[in-house]
Ligand binder design. Structure first.
Ligand SMILES: [Zn+2]
Length: 81
């Protein structure tokens, strides 16, 4: 089954299942969550020169709890929660 993905403007957000331990990169709020192997997370990508003035592709890992909390509409579409 292909990974579920949605577009949020030019941002692409993909629902992934982690194969290794990784950290949630939500920095504007304190998130100390570790994403363990087998857990789902959201992987966001922005092309260069988006609204955040990134010079290269920008990628961001967000745990399901943070997506649920801060982006409930995206969570609903990606994770069905
Ligand atoms: Zn988080």
């Amino acid at each position: 089954m292909p990974a579920k993905s949605i577009r949020n403007g030019i941002e692409l957000v993909v629902a992934r299942r982690s194969r290794k331990e990784r950290r949630c990169e939500t920095k504007t709020h304190v998130c100390v969550k570790t994403i363990y192997p087998g857990e789902r997370y959201a992987y966001s990508s922005l092309p260069p020169w988006s609204e955040i003035s990134n010079e290269r592709w920008w990628h961001h890992t967000t745990c399901v709890a943070c997506v649920n909390l801060y982006h409930p509409e995206i969570a609903k579409q990606l994770f069905g929660t």
